[in-house]
Design a protein around this ligand. Sequence first.
Ligand code: DON
Length: 307
Amino acid sequence: MTPNLQAIVDEIVAAMAAETERGAPARYIPGLAALSTDRFGMAVVTADGATAMGGDAEMPFSIQSISKVFALTMALGKIGDQLWRRVGREPSGNAFNSIVQLEAEHGIPRNPFINAGAIVVADVNLSGHMPRESIGELLRFVRFLADDETIVVDEAIARGEAETGYRNIALANYMRAFGNIHHSVELVLGCYFHQCAIAMSCLQLAMAGRFLMLDGMQPGAGRVISPRRARRINALMLTCGHYDASGDFAFRIGMPGKSGVGGGILAVVPGKASIAVWSPGLNASGNSQLGTLALERLAEATGWSIF
Ligand code: DON
């Protein structure tokens, strides 16, 4: 472990408390809009099993699009590389909820981390079952990864999103028209909205990300995925994990990462650390303002980068 890791985290937590540019919470999902931008949490789990954390690191929040990493891992487990017939692997350069590329690209989303791609992944994970079973499977997987049975879905967030999710409903219908959604749109979105509403703390998220730092191995439990698959998921997080700000995130931080509009970010330093940060205020691209800044500071202080 970096010897002074806890001191570095303490310093970052103090610096974030003093920041005045804190962004604004996502307004389009009821239940997220009211979150205070005063909140900030950070947890780091290193390859040797040490943990450093600070601020609101143990407060659960809506993981939103970070769930796309776990859902992708599960879908690859089900159908392997066949998934890539239905979802691309290129950055979209567009907002996370954009529909524009789908028309020219025959209903095949650019990557599994934009909403359209994650909705296809949810369709794969549904695999003929009911949403309750599919979500139960994902929840069990996330609990296993985090080694924590207390993780649950925030039903109020899931309901709120179902009531206001017109864009996602449009995306799912549009892809269904191209034959790239196989189940009913209602069932697929039932899964998608519930996976986004999984509530986890920074500590739980950093724990759940360990298999990505360790080439697919889960400490104490064995292999979750192959090293090749772990590297590929990390590659997608680097190139697509922050939507149209993925290039900037790679430039500033240099780690694979996945953000969510709940204000969380999961970042991975292969072989070294699994990191989660949370602060509900978002920047113009829909990524956590302080979370991004905190990761930048951590990368500077530790020298952690994949480059
Ligand atoms: O589908 C949505 O709009 C949300 N449930 C998730 C979006 C999200 O987290 C995008 N991330 N930055």
